[in-house]
Write a protein that binds this ligand. Sequence first.
Ligand SMILES: [Zn+2]
Length: 402
Amino acid sequence: MKYLLILADGLADYKIAELGGKTPLEYAQTPNMDFLARTSIIGKARTIPEGFPPGSDVANLAVMGYNPEIYYTGRSPLEAVSMGIELGDNDLAIRCNLVTLSDPEDYSRKTMLDYSSGEISSAESKELIKALQNELGGQEISFHPGISYRHLLVWKNARGRKVNLTPPHDISEKVVGEYLPTGADSAVLMDLMLKSYDILKDHPINNKRRAAGQNPATSAWFWGEGNKPALDSFEKLYGLKGSVVAAVDLVKGLGISAGLKSVEVPGATGAIETNFAGKARAALDELKQGQDFVYVHIESPDESGHQGSLKQKLWSIEQIDREVVGLLVKELDQFQDLRVMILPDHPTPLSIRTHSSEPVPFMIFDKNHPLNDSIGIYSEQAADKGIFFPEGYKLMEFFIKG
Ligand SMILES: [Zn+2]
């Protein structure tokens, strides 16, 4: 048996008046998902356990079959794994976004204009992170460039430090004053953020971006702190050899930490526009070339949700249907035994522009065991009538063995 898991990040949403009371998933044209749904097991899973924030880290961990209550050690350490950065047992890894803040002189009165600095290119952001490292890096603190607006700060021997940090995508268009680092040990981070603004605001790369009508990356913003992860291998837990196809370091790092092989896809961005078809091709090829399990992650609907763009969200759902699920449907005959699961990690509703904790709809299609009495429709509402997993991490075992 081969297993393909298609993770459409942030796919689930609420009903939208503009769509005649439908959700984007219900409204979008998805002939391929509809085709699979007709004979699939459909239901919901709670991927965010009580008391956890609805982050992609917690949610993807659960979807991958790991109980977050046992395995979760923070987001950034997983990204560090993907970036090839060795963390010491006592180091704190912290996500460093490059963000666009508004102009008021007093930092606390600035507004979070863009958590992604206009999805800044990796080449540009690498220069900016280098500037921060040159001016602010040292024995204890180091900046490491990642992809687009997503970078990493490593704070040596800082395990157990008390800091409370806020994800910048949770405070779009808000004044940042209430969301600055707090906690007994936060002064170091606050100081770095203030200095980063002075270093970045008039950097030649930002001047160029302004001139081109793009959002400048005017500040570092820290969040998602954590310690080195220790996951049992996926093979040990589920008896399958697998691969992960993902562009974002978080999911890549999660896969690598679980012992999955990470597959690079040219043109895969972790942004709204990505190489959908290339990711699908890579995932199917992995299965054909001997892997038992592939986890293919697509960030696009989540980014659309954060940006509050209904048009983009519909487009990204239809792209996933056409380019990813479509290719799979076309090649179904090439697999003897194949099970497919499609689901988001968490909802990213357009109306709130951030993640929510509600259970997510999933569908499981088994090529050789079509379900004759299926609910038949893959949507948030239809899935309410199906099987429910209050502990979302148990869905993996059901997918594989059930
Ligand atoms: Zn997510």
